[in-house]
Design a protein around this ligand. Structure first.
Ligand SMILES: Nc1nc2c(ncn2[C@@H]2O[C@H](COP(=O)(O)OP(=O)(O)OP(=O)(O)O)[C@@H](O)[C@H]2O)c(=O)[nH]1
Ligand SMILES: [K+]
Ligand SMILES: [Mg+2]
Length: 574
């Protein structure tokens, strides 16, 4: 029976009497609800599975309904969604065991734009290469495969077969290629898909693409369209889609690990478990609203809901506090290299990025604009900004440079403060120490101020043999950009700072985008409203809002625009 297929498990504290009671009093509502659309069977199934009732099987439920139909008066209940859920399940059970089974997951509910057409694209990179992969997705995929190949029969599903490809219009041979046939729904998009692994020459690739374009019902894919179809068919949740986009763009080891975790569905699983907690709490509140006067409800149902909500609030708070780190790991921590003129800031930026990003010269005031360069520091992504030397009393152009440098300093995740070790007594050095280094609380990592690493450059100019010539300064590292001495120590210190800023990609933060943060905050706000609600109906509504935020996090923001923004990150063929 359907209810069992959906893993309907009766709660341990269940009371069978309660079910027949509730069905008897609400059957009119069930009929009334039958004409309206369901919010989504998954939602209601969850709600149903947590209700304090025990239908032994779908058949019992149906029988109970038939018995009671028409015996009670009309009453619209506060737990409308519960009855919608029941109705959905019951009417599906009535359709019998042969009604189509959902595939691996439920669809996202968003139709893919232009779905129905069969799309094709080059899915491997552009340019000359050993092998290029061209794929199709859509109902005409099988026809396209048969049109291009000889022999013309479909190969066994998911097995690579060697076939001669030829142009269906002229019969001209195009390539000898491996082809793979993925009948839906067991494919990346959930639709019928074909992959052609052809030789990677531009003429072969364009020949096959043109041949595919000549097959009726096929058209070139748009950017991200394959993934969008996978999302529409419930093959990927939105957070997994984001993980996939991040994996494609990952440039460092830490980014790759983080993206892979998200693609594996960790964030989605977490959200679903939170949503389940809320569903339970909601079911308790709804049950209380409906049945409290029947005296059949156990004691403490509301207290249980309250305590679940409180626990969830704490967990969400922890994740929200970690969200900034997840975003840094995804897009790179902002490291701003600052210091007085001629300290060697540009030399250090070039050394860390291993390329001549900035002009280095003995003339103070060489760098004016903020120069940004992405770098991979010990596996962590970072955005290094070279800035103008900080000093007063200079011309208008340099002054503008100083203003920009100061603005950038305010936004830094980490300040890499550079001083000339042989010139610490100069007014510019003293001023920089007083205005930037000391207020940032260098050497005081537990301080609530901005993180800062102090580097004394040009150590090669110091008299040899003295271990630490500046013990009175805040904690610092000695470096020579000229000789490279001290670079390993600096990289080690940077790695520690970045690990603290970004979190451990294998175990750490899971919220990687401001979109995630937005919905989590929305969920927390709604939980705050739940606690303050004076009326139970309002409390239930707050729980529903909270749950909606979590489902938007994994399923989209409720608008097509959000999806457009996310899918825009993909290239054609993905
Ligand atoms: N001896 C020595 N000279 C260095 C070292 N690092 C940089 N220099 C020299 O110091 C001078 C200034 O270097 P830059 O990298 O341009 O310094 P900056 O801080 O970017 O200067 P501005 O952009 O003008 O503020 C150049 O002549 C460099 O060759 C070092 O470790 N040792
Ligand atoms: K300079
Ligand atoms: Mg410079």
């Amino acid at each position: 029976m359907l209810l069992e297929e959906h893993h309907f498990t009766a709660p341990q504290r269940a009371s069978p009497r309660l079910l027949s009671l509730s069905l008897a009093s609400r059957s009119e509502d069930l009929q009334w609800m039958g004409g309206t659309s369901s919010k989504g069977p998954n939602d209601n199934r969850e709600l149903l599975s947590t209700l304090p009732v025990t239908p032994r099987s779908g058949r019992d439920l149906l029988r109970g309904l038939a018995d009671t139909r028409g015996r009670v008066g009309r009453r619209i209940t506060a737990c409308e969604s519960m009855w919608r859920g029941l109705w959905t399940l019951v009417s599906r059970a009535a359709r019998g065991p042969h009604s189509p089974r959902p595939c691996t997951r439920q669809g996202s509910g968003y139709p893919a734009p232009g779905s129905g057409a069969t799309i094709f694209a080059l899915s491997s990179g552009q340019g000359r290469c050993g092998i290029a992969v061209i794929r199709t997705s859509g109902p005409a995929s099988g026809h396209a495969l048969r049109s291009l190949t000889a022999p013309r029969d479909l190969p066994p599903a998911r097995k690579a077969c060697l076939r001669l490809l030829s142009d269906p219009r002229s019969g001209e041979p195009l390539d000898r290629a491996l082809v793979l046939w993925f009948p839906g729904p067991q494919s990346f998009t959930g639709e019928d898909c074909v992959e052609f692994h052809v030789h990677g020459g531009p003429a072969v690739v364009s020949g096959v693409l043109q041949a595919l374009g000549s097959v009726p019902g096929l058209r070139p894919a748009e950017a991200g369209e394959f993934t969008r179809r996978a999302f529409a068919h419930g093959k990927l949740s939105l957070t997994e889609v984001e993980g996939l986009a991040d994996l494609i763009h990952a440039e460092t080891e830490a980014q790759r690990r983080q993206a892979l975790r998200q693609l594996d569905g960790e964030l989605g699983d977490l959200c679903r478990s939170w949503a389940e907690t809320l569903t339970k709490a909601l079911a308790h509140v709804e049950a209380y609203i409906d049945f409290s006067e029947d005296d059949n409800l156990e004691e403490g149902v509301l207290d249980q809901a309250d305590s679940e909500v409180r626990k969830l609030e704490v967990t969400l708070g922890v994740h929200l506090r970690d969200a900034r780190r997840g975003q840094r790991l995804r897009s790179g921590a902002h490291i701003v290299v600052a210091g007085p003129p001629n300290a060697g800031k540009s030399s250090l930026v070039n050394l860390l990025s291993r390329k001549p990003v900035s002009i280095v010269s003995p003339e103070p005031g060489t760098t004016r604009d903020v120069l940004e360069t992405p770098v991979d520091l010990a596996g962590f992504p970072a955005l290094l900004s070279d800035t103008a030397g900080l000093r007063e009393g200079v011309g208008p152009v340099e002054q503008e440079g100083v203003r920009r440098a100061q603005k950038r300093l305010e936004q830094a995740d980490l300040i890499l403060a550079v001083l000339d070790a042989s010139d610490l007594a100069s007014p510019a050095s003293c001023n920089f120490l007083d205005t930037v280094v000391i207020p940032a609380g260098a050497g005081n990592p537990s301080g609530s101020h901005q993180r800062l690493l102090l580097v004394l450059n040009k150590s090669d100019l110091l008299p040899a043999g003295r271990s630490d010539p500046h013990p009175d300064l805040p904690s610092h590292l000695l470096l020579s950009c000229l000789t490279g001495e001290g670079l390993d120590g600096l990289l080690e210190a940077l790695k520690k700072e970045l690990a603290a800023l970004c979190g451990d990609p294998s175990t750490g933060p899971l919220l990687t985008r401001s979109r995630h943060q937005h919905h989590l905050r929305g969920c927390l706000d709604a939980l705050g409203q739940y606690k303050q609600a004076k009326d139970l109906a309002l409390a239930a509504e707050a729980l529903r809002v909270a749950r909606r935020h979590l489902s938007h996090l994994t399923g989209g923001g409720g608008t097509e625009e959000i999806l457009d923004i996310i899918f825009r990150d993909f290239c054609v063929g993905k």
